[in-house]
Design a protein around this ligand. Structure first.
Ligand code: PHE
Length: 341
């Protein structure tokens, strides 16, 4: 009898239904009224009393195992059926629309600025984000004691020789001058890094776009006219610009460029702090020392350079009040630019 019980146990363990109906068939065959277990129960009545205890336990075990196994199989097949039903395509239902992403506002504005300058004959130049001292500072006429060379202001990766994260995209202009002889007309967009506390108006990572134009007889008037054209294209035809004297190590003379406030039209509002003007970029005539450092004859050639923060242009263009929004990638912010441009 033990052999019979074990044989049944083995069949229960090895049972693999190929359809849900087979489970019920199997149950009736084993556990049903006229099933094999009940047949064994009949036999059990006639066994010798001294064997009853042992065989009784074996029969109980068989009953439990068979019940558990059948219940588990039933559940398994029900779950699979539910899943199949859910994934079955109903071809009569309307389709789900593919969700399209949108361009990041920084990319939108960058592309627009590049496009404006490409109409003036500028091509795009690129360069590495990890730079050396020469391309970020020395070739651009930064004096040795300039604060930008300090750990407070710049992220250094190594000291002596200095390897650092570029603090402005002017380094791309140096790399362009190394590669190319005048005439040079390049626009250099890129990510830059400064050791600044993060707030609504400053971030340690941001984007710049800088331009460089070197040729024979390039004048300050050329620069002013190019920048006015740029301002009108980006902020609207009515936009005016003004220049204020400033200082950069790599340009002489240097200026800060303001555009008339596009929100109040120059009358004065909270965005322009009542002045009617918004500061937008730095610019200047390339310092002869920079030309010399890059093997360009300052007697023959002159040029101008300008640089601006893309975040700032985008803030003014779209009325974004907190610079940190650009880096958080919150889709509620980003989707507002779906239709932009
Ligand atoms: N490199 C300057 C900056 O990062 C911007 C600039 C570029 C100014 C070219 C003048 C000329 O602030």
């Amino acid at each position: 009898m033990t052999d019979k019980i074990n044989e049944l146990l083995r069949r229960v363990e090895e049972f693999k239904p190929k359809a849900a109906a087979e489970i019920e068939e199997f149950r009736i065959k084993i556990l049903g009224k006229k099933g094999e277990l009940n047949a064994l129960m009949e036999d059990f009545k006639t066994v010798a009393p001294e064997l009853k205890r042992e065989l009784g336990q074996q029969l109980n075990r068989l009953k439990n195992e068979a019940t558990t196994r059948i219940n588990a199989l039933r559940e398994e097949w029900q779950n699979a059926a539910a899943e199949n039903a859910a994934s079955e395509d109903d071809l009569t239902r309307p389709g789900t629309a593919e969700h399209l992403g949108s361009r990041h506002p920084i990319s939108l504005v960058k592309n627009q600025i590049v496009e404006v300058f490409s109409r003036l004959g500028y091509t795009v130049a690129d360069g590495p984000e990890i730079e050396d001292d020469w391309h970020v500072f020395s070739a651009l006429n930064f004096p040795p004691e300039h604060p930008a060379r300090d750990m407070q202001d710049t992220f250094f990766i190594e000291k002596d020789p200095d390897i650092l994260l570029r603090t402005h995209t002017s380094s791309i202009q140096v790399r362009t001058m190394e590669r190319q002889k005048p005439p040079i007309r390049v626009i250099c967009p890129g990510r830059v890094f400064r050791n600044e506390a993060i707030s609504y108006r400053a971030h340690c990572i941001f984007h710049q776009i800088e331009g460089l134009y070197i040729d024979e007889g390039v004048s300050f008037a050329d620069m002013k006219q190019s920048l006015l054209y740029f301002a009108k294209e980006i902020f609207g035809e009515q936009t005016r610009i003004r220049m204020r004297p400033s200082y950069f190590p790599f340009t002489e003379p240097s200026a800060e460029v303001d555009v008339s406030c596009n929100l109040c039209g120059g009358k004065g509002c909270p965005v322009c702090k009542g002045t009617g003007w918004l500061e937008i970029m730095g610019c200047g005539m390339v310092d002869p020392n920079v030309l010399k450092a890059n093997d360009i004859d300052p007697e023959k050639y002159s040029g101008f350079a300008f640089g601006m923060g893309i975040e700032r242009v985008a803030m003014l263009k779209y009325g974004v009040k907190d610079l940190r929004l650009y880096f958080e990638n919150d889709v509620r912010f980003l989707h507002q630019f779906d239709e932009a441009l």
